[in-house]
Design a binder for this molecule. Structure first.
Ligand SMILES: Cc1ncc(COP(=O)(O)O)c(C=O)c1O
Length: 402
C-alpha cells in the first residue's frame, strides 16, 4: 500500500488545498458529490414541501436507516437518527432514572461534552459519577479492562465508554468490557462518535445496551448525521429529547420507539437521507471499498505517528492494535505558567502551526496542564509527506523553546 500519495484525489473533497488538513477527527470534510446529492434532496423538499414531509420522508428515512443499519451491523428497528453523538448520549441519559447512591462510571478519556451530560444526569437523580483512570501512555488493552473493572461495585448501574477516545485517539477493548459488565447486569452506553467508518462495526454482536455514533466523521456524511442504537429490551424506555406527535400516535404499524424518533418536529433531515448514497460513493472511491479505506487510514495514522515520534524522539504511547485512523503523541510540556485559553486555538502552538505553516491539527492539554498531546487524523485525502512536514515543524517549535 503506497502511503506517499493520497488514496483518493483530494480535489474530490472541497478542502482548501493551501492547508495541510490533519484534523478529520474533529470535523471531517464531506465529498463534493455527497454535498451535491444533499442539495438535490433539499431541492426535492422545497419543490413540494408538504408532499415531501407528509408522504415521502418516512419511507426515505426507513430506507436510509436500513442502509446504515447494514453498514454498522444492527437491526434497523433498533436504530434511529439523532443530530450528533452528543445528542445520542443526552437522549439515553435523559431517559434513564437513577436512585440516590447509584454509581455511573465514565473514563478520564471521555469527551468533555458527554462527561458533562453524565454529571448532569447523575445530579438530577442524586446518583454519583465515578471516574475510571485509564493510563496514557498505555502498554496493553488489558490495562483498560482492569481499570474499568476496578471501579465496578454492587452500586454500579451504567458505564459510559468511548469506542475510540477523543483526545488520545485509542480504540478501547469495549467488547471485553461489555461482556464482563453484562455478567453483572450493568448497562453500557457506548460513545462511538468516531467508530463508524473508522472500524468494521457489528453493533448487534457487541451486546452494548446503547450505542451512539456519528456519520459526519469517518463515514464522511454531511454534518448532522448520527444515530442511536438501542437494544431491543430497552427500546420502550428510550424517548427522544423532543417529545412530539409520536407520543400519542394511534398508529400500530410501527413501534413507539420508531414513531417518536421518526418525527421530532420540522427539521432538515437531508444529511441522514444522503447516507445510502454516501456509503456507496465512498465504497466506490478506492479498489477494495470500505475495508481498503479503513486499512489505508490506519496504516497512514501509524506511519504518520512514527514519523512524528522520530522527529521528537518519543516512544509509541499505545500499542499499534489500539490505533484506527486517529493517533495522539505526547508533546513537551507547555511552557506557559497557566493553562492556555483562547477562542481560536486549543494551545499556543496551534497559532504558528496554522498561521505560519498552514497545518490544521489539534494540540490538546492532556491529561492536565502543562501536559499535552498532538492528535493526528488520517483520511483518504491525506498522505505521509503531510505528517513528515508536521513532525519537522513540531521539532522546530520544540527546539525554539529549549
Ligand atoms: C468521543 C467523542 N464523543 C462525542 C463527540 C461529539 O461529537 P458531536 O459534536 O458530533 O456530537 C466527539 C467529538 O469529537 C468525540 O470525540
Amino acid at each position: 500500500m503506497n502511503l506517499d500519495k493520497p488514496a483518493v484525489d483530494p480535489s474530490l473533497f472541497p478542502l482548501d488545498p493551501n492547508v495541510t488538513f490533519l484534523n478529520h477527527g474533529s470535523f471531517g470534510s464531506c465529498p463534493l458529490a455527497v454535498l451535491e446529492h444533499q442539495q438535490e434532496i433539499r431541492n426535492r423538499i422545497e419543490r413540494q414541501p408538504v408532499h415531501f414531509y407528509q408522504r415521502e420522508l418516512e419511507p426515505l428515512l426507513d430506507e436510509a436507516r436500513a442502509s446504515l443499519a447494514a453498514f454498522v451491523g444492527c437491526p434497523s428497528e433498533g436504530l434511529v437518527y439523532v443530530t450528533n453523538a452528543t445528542e445520542g448520549i443526552n437522549t439515553v441519559l435523559h431517559s434513564l432514572e437513577f436512585n440516590p447512591g447509584d454509581e455511573l462510571l465514565v473514563s478520564n478519556h471521555e469527551y468533555n461534552a458527554c462527561r458533562n451530560a453524565i454529571h448532569f444526569a447523575a445530579e438530577r437523580n442524586g446518583a454519583n459519577v465515578k471516574t475510571i483512570q485509564i493510563p496514557f501512555p498505555i502498554e496493553s488493552e488489558q490495562e483498560v479492562v482492569d481499570a474499568v473493572m476496578r471501579e465496578v461495585t454492587s452500586n454500579t448501574r451504567l458505564l459510559l465508554i468511548d469506542h475510540v477516545t477523543s483526545q488520545t485517539g485509542m480504540i478501547l477493548p469495549i467488547r471485553r468490557i461489555i461482556d464482563q459488565l453484562a455478567d453483572r447486569s450493568i448497562d453500557t452506553l457506548v460513545d462511538g462518535a468516531h467508530a463508524p467508518g473508522m472500524l468494521p462495526l457489528n453493533i448487534d454482536s457487541l451486546g452494548a445496551t446503547y450505542y451512539t455514533g456519528n456519520c459526519h466523521k469517518w463515514i464522511c456524511a454531511p454534518k448532522a448525521a448520527a444515530f442511536l442504537y438501542t437494544r431491543s429490551d430497552k427500546r420502550d424506555s428510550i424517548r427522544p429529547l423532543t417529545i412530539s406527535h409520536g407520543a400519542n400516535s394511534p398508529r400500530t404499524d410501527r413501534t413507539r420507539f420508531l414513531l417518536e424518533f421518526g418525527w421530532k418536529g420540522t427539521r432538515d433531515q437531508s444529511a441522514a437521507l444522503t447516507l445510502p448514497y454516501c456509503i456507496e460513493y465512498m465504497d466506490s472511491l478506492i479498489s477494495g471499498g470500505w475495508s481498503a479505506i479503513m486499512e489505508y487510514n490506519r496504516k497512514l495514522a501509524l506511519a504518520g505517528r512514527a514519523a512524528i515520534q522520530q522527529e521528537l524522539w518519543i516512544e509509541p504511547p499505545c500499542p499499534d492494535e489500539m490505533i484506527g485512523s486517529l493517533a495522539s503523541i505526547p508533546l513537551p510540556d507547555s511552557k506557559l505558567e497557566e493553562p492556555y485559553h483562547s477562542l481560536r486555538y486549543l494551545d499556543y502552538w496551534q497559532k504558528p502551526l496554522i498561521e505560519k505553516h498552514h497545518i490544521e491539527v489539534p494540540v490538546i492539554t492532556w491529561p492536565s496542564h502543562p501536559k499535552r498531546v498532538v492528535r493526528i487524523s488520517a483520511q483518504v485525502y491525506n498522505s505521509l509527506s503531510q505528517y513528515k512536514k508536521l513532525g519537522k515543524v513540531l521539532k522546530k517549535l520544540k527546539e525554539s523553546e529549549e
